[in-house]
Design a protein around this ligand. Structure first.
Ligand code: UD1
Ligand code: UDP
Length: 381
């Protein structure tokens, strides 16, 4: 069975790493990776393939950056050509980026079955590009691999059939467990940046709603700068955010107060997360990783898809409407002592379940094709 994995952005490499490993243990599955090239800097792409030992993509479409329509449109066209050439049995997409949207749409139009990992997440805010990508990917997918019960409920509410939905757990939890001990070998990163375990705030910032809105961005930066007077703040800066700071001529000013560092690899990031006193972020993945590593988190967004973390007290929202809300959110986070030990993200075996389910569905499909039940359904057959 041939599975074409379409990916292109940093969090997708991390999610795919564990599923690809599970694929490699199954002789019946031949995985082919199509990298859209959405992320292309060495420290946003190659580093993950190298350190997480992900197979080299069979194709890199080299799409790069651009406005949504331009970027997604070019991806759609290029992915379609690849799928026509390769005729996979399944297309697998991850998360909610423009690469997810293009992969799902290209496959669905060719009647190639689509499996969506991290399906069912909703912020209920259609101004977020990710929300549109999630909804389209879910509604064009044949198999929906959901990480949580909340995600299952979201899909049921939208009328998607139970037969397509599988609660498998969160592949990011699998990754945190699988790569956890490898990450310990990167402990020198703390010395490298002059950090002491339990005595700094780790921040990340890249969400379009924050970087592209001057008021929100300055509230976040001012909040972090104020807190940095009490506790050092280190921020591996996403290229999108760096570009905005450069364009506004404020990199130097910010870097005098907050420790700006280049994006780091996943293993180093895990060490920075594990040893932080607090994590402050607008990232989806980093919110969960904070919990996986037992570190409280403050999220500077109006909403989050990962509602379990808020309910358990491990995460709190600090909508960046003013520096004051940021500062009080960060202070609350620094003082918080969450205790809940529920496990809403599965048992660390989500990737194996995904592979098993794909295999079962693949066999059923093959039997139906043999008996002629599905003849003509696939324009490639
Ligand atoms: C994308 C996803 C977002 C995800 C994030 C993960 C969409 C709509 N957004 O956001 O959901 O959380 O990835 O990190 O798909 N850039 C570089 N080098 C790179 C990549 C990007 O310089 O390797 C710069 C470019 O100026 C580019 C900007 O970052 O215009 C934004 O990149 P893009 O991939 O469009 O969106 P992200 O903000 O990375
Ligand atoms: N990450 C990383 N290096 C960094 C920042 C983040 O490896 O410098 C990892 C992080 O540990 C998580 C993933 O990237 O696994 C999250 O990606 P990002 O925040 O870019 O996207 P999101 O999850 O918000 O879509």
């Amino acid at each position: 069975m041939k599975v074409a994995t379409v990916l292109g952005a940093r969090p997708q490499f991390i999610k795919a790493a564990v599923v690809s490993k599970a694929f490699s243990l199954s002789p019946e599955i031949d995985e082919l990776i199509i990298h859209t090239g959405q992320h292309y800097d060495e420290n946003m792409s190659d580093v993950f393939f190298q350190e997480l030992d992900i197979a080299k993509p069979a194709y890199n479409l080299g799409i790069g950056s651009g406005l949504h329509g331009f970027q997604s449109g070019r991806m759609l066209e290029a992915i379609e050509s690849m799928l026509l050439e390769e005729a996979p049995d399944w297309v697998l997409v991850y998360g909610d980026t423009n690469s997810t949207l293009a992969g799902a749409l290209a496959a669905a139009k060719l009647h190639i079955p689509v499996a969506h990992v991290e399906a069912g997440l909703r912020s209920f805010d259609r101004r977020m590009p990710e929300e549109i990508n999630r909804v389209v990917a879910d509604h064009t997918s044949d198999l929906l691999f959901v990480p949580t019960k909340t995600a299952l409920q979201n899909l049921r509410r939208e009328g998607l059939p139970d037969s397509a939905i599988h609660v498998v757990g969160d592949v990011m939890y699998d990754a945190a467990i699988y790569f956890g001990s490898k990450a310990n070998a990167r402990s020198q990163i703390l010395d490298e940046f002059g950090l002491r375990s339990g005595e700094y705030v780790l921040a990340t910032l890249h969400r379009a709603e924050n970087t592209d809105n001057v008021d929100r961005l300055s509230s976040i930066l001012e909040g972090l700068a104020q807190i940095a007077r009490e506790v050092p703040v280190v921020l591996p800066i996403h290229p999108r955010t760096r570009k905005v700071l450069v364009a506004n001529g404020i990199v130097r000013e910010i870097s005098q107060r907050v420790r700006l560092i280049e994006p780091v690899g996943y293993l180093e990031m895990m060490m920075l997360e594990k040893n932080a006193r607090l994590i402050a972020t607008d990232s989806g993945g980093v919110q969960k990783e904070a919990y996986f590593h037992g570190v409280p988190c403050v999220t500077f967004r109006d909403r989050t898809e990962w509602v379990e973390l808020i309910e358990m007290g491990w995460n709190r929202l600090a909508p960046p409407v003013s520096p004051a809300t940021m500062i009080s959110g960060l202070r609350d986070g620094l003082e918080s002592t969450p205790r809940s030990t529920q496990t809403p993200y599965g048992d660390g075996h989500a990737a194996e379940r995904i592979v098993q389910i794909l295999l079962e569905k693949g066999r059923t499909r093959a039997n139906c094709m043999d008996s002629g039940v599905m003849a003509g359904a696939n324009p490639l057959s």
